[in-house]
Unconditional design. Structure first.
Length: 365
C-alpha cells in the first residue's frame, strides 16, 4: 500500500503505508479537517524525504527534494571546504525562511524573481548579484548531488516604481473588488496597501502588534540589545479591521495572517504566489493594465503594493525622512527611488486613498 494520509480510530490523522520498501505508521495527533490535511500531507513529504536521505537517494526526485535540504547540504559542503562565512549563514537562513517546506520543483525563474524582490529590495544591484551567485551555487550543488536540473536564474529585472503602483482610485476599486470576490484575502491586501509592510513582515504580525491607532512592525535585526521596530499609523479602514478581525483572536502571539480562518502557507514564496494570483485577477477585473516594455508584459505584483503605499504617502505630503521611517529603510539612499513621488513635507496624515482626492489614513503621530 503506498504512503497516504488516513484517519485512526480516534479521529486523528496518521501517515501510513510503504515507501521505498519502508513501512510507515506515524501519528500527527491532528484532528481531521482541511487545514490539518494540508499539514499532514506536508508531514508525509517530510517522511518521504527522511527515508530517501537515509537511503542516500533523492536522485531525480525534485518533487520531494525540499529546498531547505538543498541549502543545508550546500552549507555542510562549504564548511567541509572551510569556505563558510557568517554572511553565507545569514543568507541561507533567509533562504530557508523564504522557501519554507517547499520543494525543488517550486523553484522557477519567476519564483526566484519574487524572492529577489522580497528579500533584497533595499540592496544595491551589485550586492544582489553577489547574493544570487550563492543561490545559484546552492542549486548547482544540488544538481551535482541529486541530479537536480535547476532553472536558469536570470539577472533580476529592474522595475520603474513610478509605473508599478496603484493610483488612489485604482487602490479603492481593487479593495472593493476583493472585499466582494475574495473576502478572506481582504485583510492581507488592505494591510499591505495601507501600511507598506513587506510580505515577510505581514506574515509575522501578531495581535500584540496592533494597537488602537498604530501598527508595530518588528524586524529580526538587533541593535544595542533592542529589536528594531517602527510604528505605522492605522488608517480608518485598518482600525475597523483590527476591531472585527484582529481583536477576536485569543492568542496574542499567533501570526494574525496565518490564522485558522485563512489559508496557511509554508513560506513567504508560497504566500507570494497565492496572493499574486489573486492580485492578477483583481487587476484584470478593475482593468489595471500591465506595463509593456520591449514586447514584455509586466504585471503588478504583491511587492508593488509597497510602492503603492510609498506613492500615496508621498502624494499626501510625506518627505524622504518620513518615507524612510515608514518603509523601514536603514539608509535614506534606499528611499531615494521614491524621490519622484515627493511633493512637500508630511502634514498630519500618512498616505491617503481618499481625502478629497485621496483616502484618509490615520493621523500621523
Amino acid at each position: 500500500m503506498p504512503l497516504e494520509v488516513d484517519v485512526n480510530t480516534n479521529g486523528r490523522l496518521i501517515i501510513k503505508g510503504y515507501f521505498e520498501g519502508v513501512r510507515v505508521r506515524k501519528s500527527t495527533h491532528l484532528p481531521d479537517n482541511p487545514e490539518n490535511r494540508a499539514k499532514a500531507n506536508q508531514t508525509m513529504i517530510d517522511v518521504q524525504q527522511e527515508i530517501l536521505l537515509k537511503n542516500g537517494d533523492l536522485t531525480n526526485k525534485s518533487d520531494i527534494l525540499q529546498v531547505k535540504t538543498m541549502i543545508d547540504a550546500y552549507l555542510s559542503y562549504k564548511r567541509q571546504e572551510n569556505k563558510w562565512s557568517h554572511q553565507m549563514e545569514k543568507l541561507c537562513d533567509d533562504f530557508r525562511n523564504y522557501w519554507g517546506s517547499q520543494v525543488a520543483d517550486d523553484i522557477t525563474t519567476s519564483t526566484t524573481q519574487n524572492m529577489v524582490q522580497e528579500l533584497w529590495e533595499d540592496i544595491k544591484p551589485g550586492s544582489v548579484r553577489k547574493y544570487l551567485n550563492i543561490w545559484v551555487a546552492i542549486l548547482n550543488h544540488a544538481s551535482t548531488v541529486w541530479k537536480y536540473h535547476p532553472p536558469k536564474v536570470k539577472k533580476p529585472r529592474v522595475y520603474d516604481e513610478r509605473d508599478m503602483h496603484f493610483e488612489p482610485k485604482e487602490a479603492n476599486d481593487f479593495l472593493e473588488w476583493i472585499k466582494i470576490e475574495e473576502p478572506s484575502y481582504y485583510p492581507h491586501f488592505l494591510t499591505l496597501i495601507d501600511t507598506g509592510v513587506r510580505l515577510g513582515e505581514l506574515l509575522k504580525l501578531k495581535k500584540r502588534d496592533f494597537k488602537d491607532t498604530t501598527l508595530t512592525v518588528r524586524k529580526n535585526q538587533i541593535r544595542h540589545g533592542k529589536a528594531k521596530t517602527r510604528e505605522i499609523p492605522l488608517s480608518d479602514d485598518l482600525k475597523i479591521l483590527v476591531e472585527n478581525f484582529v481583536a477576536p483572536i485569543n492568542d496574542p502571539t499567533r501570526p494574525v495572517f496565518l490564522s485558522k480562518d485563512l489559508k496557511e502557507w509554508s513560506g513567504t514564496n508560497s504566500a507570494s504566489a497565492t496572493l499574486n494570483k489573486v492580485l492578477r485577477r483583481g487587476c484584470d477585473a478593475i482593468q489595471y493594465l500591465p506595463v509593456i516594455e520591449e514586447g514584455q508584459e509586466t504585471h503588478l505584483r504583491v511587492h508593488d503594493l509597497r510602492h503603492t503605499f510609498a506613492y500615496l504617502t508621498a502624494k499626501a505630503g510625506a518627505d524622504l525622512g518620513d518615507l524612510q521611517y515608514l518603509m523601514g529603510h536603514s539608509d535614506v539612499s534606499q528611499t531615494m527611488r521614491y524621490r519622484g513621488f515627493i511633493q512637500s513635507r508630511a502634514k498630519d496624515f500618512v498616505g491617503q486613498r481618499n481625502n478629497s482626492d485621496l483616502m484618509s489614513f490615520a493621523s500621523f503621530v
